[in-house]
Each structure stands twice: as C-alpha cells, then as structure tokens.
Write a protein that binds this ligand. Sequence first.
Ligand SMILES: Nc1ncnc2c1ncn2[C@@H]1O[C@H](COP(=O)(O)OP(=O)(O)O)[C@@H](O)[C@H]1O
Ligand SMILES: [Mg+2]
Length: 273
Amino acid sequence: MSLLEVEHLRIWDGGSGAVLVPDSSFRLSQGECLAIVGESGSGKSLTCKALMRLNRPGIRQTGRVALNGVDLTGLSDKEMRPYRGKRMCMIMQNGMRAFDPSRPVGAYLLEALSLHGDWSPSEMVAGLSAAMMSVGLSDPSAVMKRYPHELSGGMLQRTMIALAIVLEPDVIIADEPTTALDAVTQYEVVEQFVALRGRIGSAIVFVSHDLGVVRRIADEVLVMKDGVIVEQGGTDAIFGGASHPYTRYLVSSKEALRSRYLQLMGGTRIAEG
Ligand SMILES: Nc1ncnc2c1ncn2[C@@H]1O[C@H](COP(=O)(O)OP(=O)(O)O)[C@@H](O)[C@H]1O
Ligand SMILES: [Mg+2]
C-alpha cells in the first residue's frame, strides 16, 4: 500500500461547472518525492490543495485521496483537522494567504505547533528558531514578531518550510517553494528538503517550474497540461526520453535556456552545479 493514493480526482468550479482537473490518479510511497511540473494554469495548485481539501468552497472535488489507507474525502472538517499540519503539511504558493494577517507570524507558528505536538513553549521557540536558521532566516525572533504583510513572499515561504521541519509530517506538499527565492537561498531550501527526507522519511509532493531542481530532488515526475496528467514516470526516464511531445518541449526549453546561459557566461564550469 502506498502512503498517499489519489484515484480519479476530479476538480471543478461549482459556480460555472467548468471542469478544471478531469481525472487524475497517482500515488506516493513513504520517503518518495513526486514532482508536479507544467505551465502556469495547468492545475498544479488545485491538485495540491485538493489533497488536503484546502480549495475554496466554490471549488468541488470527487475521487479518492487516501493517506495510509484512510480515505480523507469522506471526513468532516473536524475529522480532517488532525491530518492537516501533523500528518500532511502544505507549503502554499502564496505565503501571504497561508498566515493569519491579524497576528504576528510567531503567534501563528506557536499555535500551529501547540495544536500538533506536546512541546513546551521554550522547546517550540528553540525548535522553530533552529529550523528558521537552517532555511536562511538568520534572525528568527525578529521574523516571529512581524505581521505577514511585513515579510516578503520568500520569507513567508521559508517560515512555512521551517514549520514543516519542526512538525516532521508524513507528507509535505510544497507548491513552488523556491520560486520567490534567489539562487543561493533556492539551493539551501532544496537541500533542506533533501535533508528532511533523509532525516524523517517524509514523502514530498514538489511543484516546480524549475526542472533543474526537479531533477535534483524528485524520484517520480508528473507532467500536467490543461488539468490533465499527460505523462508520469521516473525522473531519469522523463528527462532521458520523455514520450509525450509536451514533456519533450518542457525539457528542451530548459536545455535551450541552459545553453544560452552557458553562452552568456562564456564557459561551462559555472552552470554545471
Ligand atoms: N478559485 C478558482 N475558481 C475558478 N477557477 C480556478 C480557481 N483557481 C484556479 N482556477 C483555474 O484552474 C486552472 C488551474 O489553476 P492552478 O491549479 O492554480 O494552476 P497552476 O498551479 O498549475 O498554475 C487555471 O486555469 C485557473 O484559472
Ligand atoms: Mg500554482
């Protein structure tokens, strides 16, 4: 049995009736990293949020989403609560929306931790501070005092990653967690994900535009286009010989960018990393 099983997931707009994701199935084993790639608007975020039933109420879904064999789709909001955070943790694409705008970031983080574990307040602060520093937030106590609107999108995302590091969930769903970050921080954050996986065996759903990052971190890749999974397979197979023309297009545009970069840098050494 896989850790996470998604079968015939269908997502539509309850207002207009428009079908946004017609029929997706995939699975994730413990400790595995599944990347979801595809252009903007292809349904990646809707799919991620559907796993935790976090899409806004107008968005409807059917199909089976099971964690450790328990079908989450039939659970009430209250029954779903223990699964969010401790068992499955989502790092949202839009950091601003993930936090409570009326409270300092630290208050929100400490409440999330107290809901999901039995740490003492000083253990929570110490754990969070260490995790924040490990994702490049060098002054954790200053960050915790700020309100969400006072922090950049990249800082909020890193704060969510720090929370996930402390919570050690079974599944981490990371929706473009590196997009808002500069190259150095991106590298550090990706290394954090790799380490987290090694340390606690979290399974990861990793949405990214960056195929270089995907290649580094993913075991399996799922390619989405217009709400449909057009291809899925092992990372090496996808990068080595994709069968769908759209995947080949994505991989070749990445290669074209890379060669252009190499040309501009006038050599091959810098871009090898
Ligand atoms: N709340 C919503 N209501 C209606 N349509 C939506 C909503 N959110 C997203 N969509 C539509 O669903 C499609 C997929 O969106 P999304 O999953 O956010 O794409 P991605 O994350 O791949 O960029 C887009 O065409 C978008 O317009
Ligand atoms: Mg998205």
